[in-house]
Design a protein around this ligand. Structure first.
Ligand SMILES: Nc1ncnc2c1ncn2[C@@H]1O[C@H](COP(=O)(O)OP(=O)(O)OP(=O)(O)O)[C@@H](O)[C@H]1O
Length: 343
């Protein structure tokens, strides 16, 4: 359980210290008081990524040289500093030079309005979800993903230099390496989606009678990928890039036999994504013995009252939940934190 969070120069928070005393913490305050930023800082501490920006400079309070997040759980102390020189991260005072040694220690699952991009957004949003979540649970996946990215980069830069009549020896060596890592990625993604579906099938009926399922859409299957790399070199040379492979994979959510993107309502889409996140939480619980922190950013909006109640009723009891909203809620088991607008 997270006990304490200290932020320095994180977005609008010049300095804030929050103590979490109950497993269910509800952060409220007016628009712009920094509620999302608090959840974002915890997410950043777990993943070293922001859920809402790829430009990390945005996280540093304007005109300040750095930001710092200090987070204390029952067991560990996490410290991460971000400046224009990059990130420095440590656990219990020991610096983790490799970010992969830092990621995955503190386990969080976040729902944020941006997650609706899992349905509405581009394939890259969905691949990012697969990769970020699965690499935290599976070091082998992280290794293959890194290898794949490196080899793909090398292969694409070679494709810019050679002509169709040149010797393909080096291109084929890179093709073999790409296949080796890529075929593992395809297998792992099938496995991840199968496992997620198992929990989604349990969770979604708690909220609705509709049927939902994640459908993996690999750009090519393993066999097709091998064939492609062995036989379609000319096409890649002409286009100067690798046109096929897991870097073009996608998935969609099947909603009663149709793509949720065009058939599910706004509220239904939100509910699907929330259920997907709860399924992920179950999966993490199964794979690791660690407690997971559930971060819920503005989760209730667009849900009707009945769905809001169902959602609150079915929230997992075994995990710490940090939730925010512009509206206050009540309950003895809830710790309320009221944020005031600082800037
Ligand atoms: N780098 C930064 N420096 C200073 N202020 C920032 C920075 N980044 C964001 N802000 C401001 O911080 C404020 C807090 O944003 P945040 O999204 O956390 O608020 P919120 O309480 O979740 O709001 P809402 O209820 O509208 O969702 C906003 O006014 C935003 O403009």
């Amino acid at each position: 359980m997270i006990k304490k969070l200290v932020l320095k120069n994180f977005r609008n928070h010049e300095f804030i210290e929050l103590k979490f005393e109950k497993p269910f913490v509800y952060i409220h305050g007016i628009n712009g008081s920094g509620k999302t930023s608090v959840l974002e800082s915890i997410y950043f501490c777990a993943t070293t990524k922001s859920h809402r920006t790829a430009d990390e400079k945005e996280l540093i309070l304007r005109n300040e040289p750095f930001m710092q997040i200090k987070l204390t759980t029952d067991e560990d102390r996490y410290d991460i500093v971000l400046s224009k020189n990059g990130k420095r991260a440590s656990i219990n005072g020991v610096e983790k030079r490799k970010i992969s040694d830092f990621i995955g220690h503190l386990r969080v699952v976040m729902f944020a309005p941006e997650d609706l991009d899992l349905i509405k957004g581009s394939p890259s949003n969905r691949r990012q979800f697969l990769d970020l979540e699965w690499m935290q649970l599976n070091k082998n996946y992280l290794k293959n993903l890194n290898t794949y990215k490196n080899v793909l980069k090398q292969r694409n830069s070679l494709l810019k230099k050679i002509g169709v009549d040149d010797d393909y020896t080096f291109l084929n060596i890179l093709g073999e390496q790409l296949f080796e890592a890529g075929s593992e990625i395809i297998k792992e993604r099938i496995l991840f989606i199968e496992e997620l579906n198992r929990y989604l099938e349990e969770i979604y009926p708690l909220f609705s009678n509709h049927k939902v399922k994640i459908i993996y859409e690999p750009d090519v299957n393993e066999k097709g990928f091998k064939n492609y790399l062995q036989k379609q070199q000319k096409q890649d040379i002409l286009y100067q890039t690798t046109l096929s492979g897991p870097h073009r994979d996608d998935f969609y959510i099947d909603f009663n036999g149709f793509d949720a993107k065009s058939y599910a309502s706004q509220g239904e889409q939100r509910l699907i994504v929330v259920a997907l996140k709860l399924a992920l939480l179950k999966l993490i619980e199964k794979k690791t013995s660690k407690q997971v922190v559930l971060l819920l950013d503005d989760v209730l909006s667009e849900l009707d009252l009945e769905k809001q109640e169902l959602f609150l009723k079915h929230l997992p009891k075994e995990h710490q939940i940090l939730m925010n909203s512009a509206l206050p809620v009540q309950g003895d088991h809830i710790q309320m934190i009221h944020l005031k607008k600082e800037i």
